[in-house]
Design a protein around this ligand. Structure first.
Ligand SMILES: C[S@@+](CC[C@H](N)C(=O)[O-])C[C@H]1O[C@@H](n2cnc3c(N)ncnc32)[C@H](O)[C@@H]1O
Length: 293
């Protein structure tokens, strides 16, 4: 898919929201690190394609995005969460036949191709935030070192306990890596992020917008006026809303029709009204936000 076709995507979501009044959490003031290229300027405010991650990334021009924040559908996790006679913990198996959505076949070969494409589309001196559950972290996390400089692993503390077999899960991980050199926007951000998990969300693996906002705010400097965020496993579109809230543009994809239609609807409503119809309540409670941010 070329940038022209990306622009022309049905559901191309450019409604021209002015960002001047949007609050930025980043305190770091720096001059722009790169002038945007014509290809990057051509990406609309938000564009979500229904496509496989590898096909989607391969069609993006090299060095065309400023930040990748993503939460892949790991197949390894569900294999490890099978209980007794094959019941999967959580609600991934409801709806649409047996599953809500297809998983990405995260063999080391596929995962290597995914990482190599992420590296190609990311500009130099830029960051990657890659979410992992503990099983995928064990099997695939080390591969990231073949493509990026791994800087840290952030623990997402969901505040409330979740499901789980042998110790109930309250955390997930976010691998933080760079292509080249780039500082984070603040030096006082801890590597444990307390952000409440969502209850009763429309999409089964929907993450709080604040989680992606924290990633973007710690990478996007105030001088980065034309910043493009990419999430190629977009799901409900939480990363897209986070990008728009942080005054960035967004490009992403998902194979699931349901995800694409939900995330496009969500982004359109946000661009029109400034309201996030899928997460009206903030996931940061004030006490936590004061400590963290
Ligand atoms: C963990 S969910 C992402 C949830 C998202 N972060 C949110 O907050 O709603 C992973 C998504 O990857 C999608 N997916 C699975 N295989 C894919 C593939 N090969 N290419 C692109 N997306 C895929 C699934 O449909 C699912 O929506």
């Amino acid at each position: 898919m070329s940038l022209d076709s990306l622009k022309a995507l049905e559901g191309s979501l450019d409604h021209g929201l002015p960002f001047a009044n949007q609050e930025s959490r980043s305190l770091h003031i720096a001059p722009p690190l790169h002038e945007p290229t014509p290809e990057v300027r051509a990406i609309p405010k938000a564009s979500i394609a229904q496509q496989d991650v590898l096909l989607f990334l391969r069609a993006l021009p090299g060095e065309s995005v400023d930040l990748i924040v993503t939460d892949p559908a790991y197949s390894g996790m569900n294999q490890h969460l099978l209980l007794g006679k094959g019941r999967i913990v959580g609600n991934y198996q409801e709806k649409e036949g047996n599953r809500w959505f297809e998983e990405f076949h995260d063999t080391p070969e596929n995962y290597g191709q995914f990482l190599s494409e992420c590296r190609r589309v990311l500009k130099n001196d830029r960051h990657l935030f890659l979410m992992f559950d503990s099983f995928s972290m064990l099997s695939l996390g080390a591969l990231v070192r073949d493509f990026f400089n791994v800087k840290n692993i952030i623990t997402w503390d969901k505040v409330n306990i979740g499901m789980g077999h042998y110790f109930r899960r309250q955390t997930e991980f976010i691998l933080f890596a760079s292509k080249g050199k780039r500082p984070v926007t603040r030096r006082d951000i801890p590597d444990i992020w307390k952000i409440k998990r969502l209850h009763r969300a429309s999409y089964p693996t929907q993450k709080p917008v604040e989680l992606f906002e924290a990633m973007i705010a710690s990478s996007k400097a105030e001088g980065d006026t034309d910043f493009v965020v990419c999430d190629p496993f977009v799901g409900s579109g939480s990363a897209a809303i986070a990008a728009l809230r942080q005054g960035s543009r967004f490009v992403g994809c998902d194979t699931s029709e349901k995800a694409v239609s939900l995330s496009r609807k969500r982004v359109k409503a946000f661009l029109k009204t400034g309201i996030d119809i899928e997460q009206e309540k903030p996931a940061f409670d004030e006490a936590i936000q004061k400590k963290f941010w």
